[in-house]
Design a binder for this molecule. Structure first.
Ligand SMILES: [Zn+2]
Ligand SMILES: [Zn+2]
Length: 447
């Protein structure tokens, strides 16, 4: 069957319902007009040619006919043929005798409802054929233009996903092994507020909300016990450098995260081909950025906090200020987390972004910049292709550009973090709370 016939068939199917009713009426009319309409258009034998009784192939020019009568009707109409019956103009047309009397055969065609308006002209046929060919070509072109992830690119993604899953535990079960979080007590300070209790009532200014959750009493006792704090504590946002109660816990958390980032980096395709010196240079400068990036997984827009299991491991801005960081870092950091969260990245995009961030050739101390660049380029290409073929609209709009902008944001966050870290680690009483790994990666001002 030709494409045209296919297409025509579809068209006919579409009008079949209407035509069913029409031909039903016509066949009823035919029954009254013709002497022996017996089996014709019987519901039980619907695939019978209404003209000659041969096996019908469907509706043609508005009636159920065989291919022979379809062709006969079309030819007769095109030729504008005038036939005369050599007999009595009442020949009974059958499959075997249908060639004997063209006049009665055509009359029968018209009687059962065949209409010349349904015949396409040669130009129409040609136009239709061209349209179908054109549409097919356009579809083929579209399909060939559509970017596809190569097998190798898909493999890179799979490796990165695996690397991330091996180094990021979404249950945060290891957090209990860190030195415990100690939240300084203040009536103005954000505490380990229960989001369930405070959410909704004060979500607009949660940073200044004191939670009346049951935990706060327990927690006050805990912090009093641990720090023996008095009530004349400085306002929450001032960094009281002698009371960095969250520092031990967060130092352990950061140290743990650095280990995981190293584990992840080592699994990035090509990373281990770099010299040890370059690997270290990349890790040292990107570690804090990757920690900020990966922490987005625990960040929630509902309570603007990093939730890592229970209230104990739920970190608000104020908790980080109690580890020695000021709002100059934390405000843009939270803004960054919100912006990143709103991109709704697929896990594939998230891990690719981390890989691209680590493999930045412009980090200080990198020797073989061209090798790092080529590795980063490869990941960027995978990311762009991934977005093109896997990220549906409208989320994909300018997504790559937005992600690259996030890398720029991370650079300034990194810079601010370094500044604040230097200030903090300059004091021995604080740097002694840090871990050897943190000191090695972020620098040790004392030694
Ligand atoms: Zn027929
Ligand atoms: Zn005849």
């Amino acid at each position: 069957m030709s494409q045209l016939q296919n297409c025509w068939g579809v068209y006919q199917d579409g009008v079949t319902h209407v035509l069913d009713a029409v031909s039903e009426m016509e066949s009823m009319a035919a029954r009254t007009l013709l002497p022996d309409p017996a089996n014709e258009f019987d519901r039980n034998v619907p695939r019978i040619c209404g003209v000659c009784g041969d096996k019908a192939t469907g509706f043609h020019f508005n009636a159920m006919t065989c291919e022979g009568c379809k062709g006969f009707f079309r030819r007769s109409m095109k030729r504008k043929a005038m036939f005369t019956c050599p007999f009595n103009s009442d020949c009974k047309i059958t499959k075997d005798n249908r060639r004997h009397c063209q006049a009665c055969r055509l009359k029968r065609c018209v009687d059962i409802g065949m209409m010349k308006e349904f015949i396409l002209t040669d130009e129409e046929v040609q136009r239709k054929r061209e349209m179908i060919t054109k549409r097919k070509e356009e579809e083929a072109l579209k399909e060939s233009m559509k970017p596809k992830l190569s097998e190798e690119q898909q493999k890179v993604i799979d490796i990165l996903l695996e690397a991330h899953r091996k180094t990021y535990d979404p249950t945060y079960s290891d957090f209990t092994q860190f030195r415990p979080p100690v939240r300084a007590n203040s009536s103005k300070r954000i505490t380990r507020s229960s989001s369930v209790l405070t959410h909704g009532s004060s979500s607009e200014d949660s940073s200044d909300t004191f939670s009346c959750s049951p935990e706060s009493t327990e927690h006050r006792m805990f912090s009093n016990m641990a720090l023996n704090e008095d009530s004349d504590e400085s306002p929450p946002m001032d960094i009281n450098l002698s009371h960095l109660s969250m520092l031990p816990h967060l130092a352990d958390l950061v140290s743990y995260s650095i280990q995981k980032v190293i584990g992840f980096a080592k699994m990035i395709p090509g990373f281990r081909d770099l010299t040890a010196e370059d690997q270290i240079a990349l890790l040292k400068s990107s570690a804090i950025e990757i920690i900020m990036l990966r922490s987005n997984q625990s960040f929630s827009l509902e309570d603007m906090a990093w939730s890592c299991g229970g209230n104990e491991f739920k970190y608000q801005i104020n908790d980080v200020t109690q580890a020695g960081h000021s709002l100059e870092l934390l405000e843009p950091l939270v803004k960054f987390q919100i912006g990143l969260k709103k991109l709704n990245l697929h896990e594939e995009e998230h891990v690719l972004l981390m890989g691209i961030c680590i493999l930045s050739p412009d980090r200080p101390g990198v020797q073989d910049t061209s090798l790092v660049e080529s590795l980063q380029d490869r990941l960027s290409e995978v990311l762009q292709t991934y977005i093109l073929c896997k990220h549906p609209p409208p989320g994909n709009r300018l997504l790559y550009a937005k992600m690259i902008q996030k890398l720029a944001d991370l650079r300034s966050l990194n810079e601010e973090h370094s500044k604040q870290y230097r200030c903090l680690s300059f004091k021995p009483e604080h740097s002694m709370q840090l871990t050897p790994l943190v000191l090695e990666v972020f620098g040790n001002e004392i030694s």
